[in-house]
Design a protein around this ligand. Sequence first.
Ligand code: HMG
Ligand code: MG
Length: 302
Amino acid sequence: MSLPSKVKLVDVGPRDGLQNEKQPVPAAVKIELVHRLQDAGLTEIEVTSFVSPKWVPQMADNAEVMAGIRRKPGVRYSVLTPNMQGFEAAVLSKPDEVVVFAAASEAFSQRNINCSIAESIERFRPVVEAARARNIYVRGAISCAVGCPYEGEVAPERVELVARLLKDIGVQHAGVADTVGVGTPLKVRRAMEATLRHYSIDDVSGHFHDTYGQALANTLICLQMGIWQYDTSSAGLGGCPYAKGATGNVATEDVVYLLQGMGIVTGIDLDKLIDAGKFISDFLERKPNSRAATALLNKRAS
Ligand code: HMG
Ligand code: MG
């Protein structure tokens, strides 16, 4: 067991968190959420995605949101770019990082991005080339790394194949995503180990949806492997429109509470983070989907 001494969290709340919301969320609210997250100490924020507005209407204001952000030195802003059309639009917004997203399941690849895994790699290839030529960092996501809403359990060999394909085209980082939130620690560890055959420990991250309440346990087993980068979502917002029934990512607040309790440095101010989660939850007229936030908000109120 080699726990990392510090951890970097990427708050994906503005993107993964909000992409599936049915009610319109104005760009100003998204921008305010980004500002609150950076003020809480987040140094990486996944802001939006440059995908088809017909497929994901909530992200149609991508350029407006990117343009409205007051950039804070030391903070990196990432966006999703599934193809060259998305990349060309995204680049005008000057992201620090772009994310290409592949899947370890053919059915999910088809439903999510309308092409096979092999075709998706060919779509990503020019994106990676163009991004790296401009010194924009390229992260890759491997969706359905333990389970798929259409195909069920996904074998680690499938994850390894996608990790290899992403590595071959020059993707610099691989995020292992439990899109459906069905994973349990040993399965997640196997998916991670498969990815680590092609990526170094410093170039992988975990992205765990919390549908079955396993995301913190999955995070812990990855911490014990020495993995120090995770995607989390403020107030536990989130879900993918093409993974029905999947709930949000693990709440950033819960992961920060876990890490602080273990003496692992995050640079994040939990109180300010809870305020950020409360802000967006109030807008959405619901309670933050975070046990730590709920407990600490109750404590404040008493
Ligand atoms: P397609 O239909 O195969 O694309 O969609 P196409 O190239 O054939 O073009 C068809 C139409 O889409 C054209 O418009 C294009 O202009 C337009 P039309 O002529 O019909 O008016 N188009 C675009 N518009 C804006 N931006 C673009 C773009 N590309 C084409 N980039 C596409 C392919 C990927 C665009 C589509 O399938 C799509 O947008 N899918 C949505 C994917 C998505 O956002 N999913 C959720 C995010 S991924 C996720 O949540 C998982 C993650 O969190 C990790 C995890 O948990 O697993 C990352
Ligand atoms: Mg996700």
